[in-house]
Design a protein around this ligand. Structure first.
Ligand code: UT7
Length: 330
């Protein structure tokens, strides 16, 4: 199988806030039920950041753990890419804050905004940079504090999101048989308002009106996003497997973005994959956007479910609408 990008994951790390918010929290505040949330989304709990913590705090901690896991220090890293839709500030990039927290002084650090597909986008950029030469090791982190952007009065969205960060160190592959074997990404910008936080940017700067209309919060047309995600994920997976001449059985594991258990289950059943081959964390963390795939990846690696040489499929769909699929031989 041809290697598209000769890069491998050297280490991973994850960090989630300690505070656990159960479905009961919402039952006490909104017209909802534990049963509705569990059956419609698969979410049982989510972790929310402490008042004094923001995205860069969890991102930096996940990065530290990923460096430890890789047996590296920040001095070994050539660049930091942070995927987030909920950075600490409008600017500078959250990656700059992460760079400082990690004790680096001059390596490049920048953000990627591709929402729930953000970690995948960041991995693709890291892969391209390493493959082009000049960069040996790149730290990629997906990190979010969505609890600050979900409208606490909106039962359709507030129940969905959690905070956290997952990181991976990508390095040049030491083995010609290991690396990324397939990649596809894209955007349908005509659907940008299916999930968005309308105000606070240059289009609708924060004002009394935007606040009164709650436009600083995330707004989502859930059912349309659901349909889009199911159809696009199926297309992406079918095309990848066909082009690679693989069957789902050849995969050691699939790590999908965790937005809804029903979306993941429908993909799993359609592919005929057993439960053990699909990493899930939505029950514990909710939808953590750019953090969901690296959190799941780290959990699978630390549980010993993934070994060198295994074929793994990562897939994410997010606001934009963005999408990305990567198949790699670990
Ligand atoms: O991560 C980026 C990608 N994001 C996604 O992929 C999210 C995709 N969308 C979804 O996961 C689902 O659309 C949701 C979980 C957001 C919603 O589930 P749904 O089955 O699509 O529900 P719906 O929006 O069609 O609403 C069905 C009903 C509505 O009531 P009526 O109009 O039928 O009376 C909603 O008002 O469920 C109601 N509802 C709720 N009821 C109890 C919406 N939220 C709640 C709630 N508790 N929390």
């Amino acid at each position: 199988m041809d290697i598209v990008w000769p890069i491998v994951i050297r280490g991973t790390g994850a960090n989630v806030p300690e505070r656990v918010v159960t479905n009961q929290y919402f039952v006490e505040r909104l017209d909802t039920s534990d049963e509705w949330i569990r059956t419609r989304t698969g979410i049982e709990r989510r972790h929310w950041a402490a008042p004094d913590k923001a995205t860069s705090d969890h991102a930096a901690e996940a990065c530290r753990l990923a460096l430890d896991n890789a047996g590296m220090t920040i001095d070994d890293i050539d660049a930091i890419i942070c995927a987030t839709a909920t950075g600490d500030h409008m600017f500078p990039a959250t990656a700059c804050l992460v760079q400082h927290k990690l004790g680096a002084t001059d390596i490049p650090a920048f953000d990627i905004g591709a929402a729930c597909a953000g970690f995948m986008y960041a991995c693709a950029v890291a892969a391209g940079l390493i493959s082009a030469g000049g960069n040996k090791n790149i730290l990629v982190v997906g990190a979010e504090t969505l609890s600050r952007f979900a409208d606490p009065e909106d039962r359709a969205t507030s129940i969905l999101f959690g905070d956290g960060a997952g990181a991976a160190v990508w390095s040049r592959s030491p083995d010609p048989e290991r690396g990324v074997i397939y990649h596809e990404w894209g955007v349908d910008g005509s659907k940008a308002d299916l999930i968005w936080a309308p105000a606070g940017g240059s289009r609708y700067p924060t004002s009394e009106t935007t606040i009164a209309e709650r436009l600083q919060f995330l707004h989502m047309r859930g059912r349309e996003v659901f349909k889009f995600a199911v159809i696009r994920m199926q297309e992406l997976i079918d095309r990848a497997l066909e082009r690679l001449n693989l069957s789902p059985d050849d995969l050691k594991m699939m790590i999908p973005h965790q937005s809804n258990m029903r979306i993941i289950q429908s993909m799993r059943e359609r592919m005929g994959l057993p439960k053990e081959k699909v990493v899930l964390n939505i029950d514990e963390y909710g939808n953590t956007s750019a953090a969901s795939i690296p959190l799941a990846l780290d959990a699978a690696r630390r549980a010993g479910q993934l070994e060198e040489g295994d074929l793994v499929l990562l897939i994410g769909i997010g606001a934009g609408m963005t999408w990305s699929i990567i198949v790699l031989r670990l």
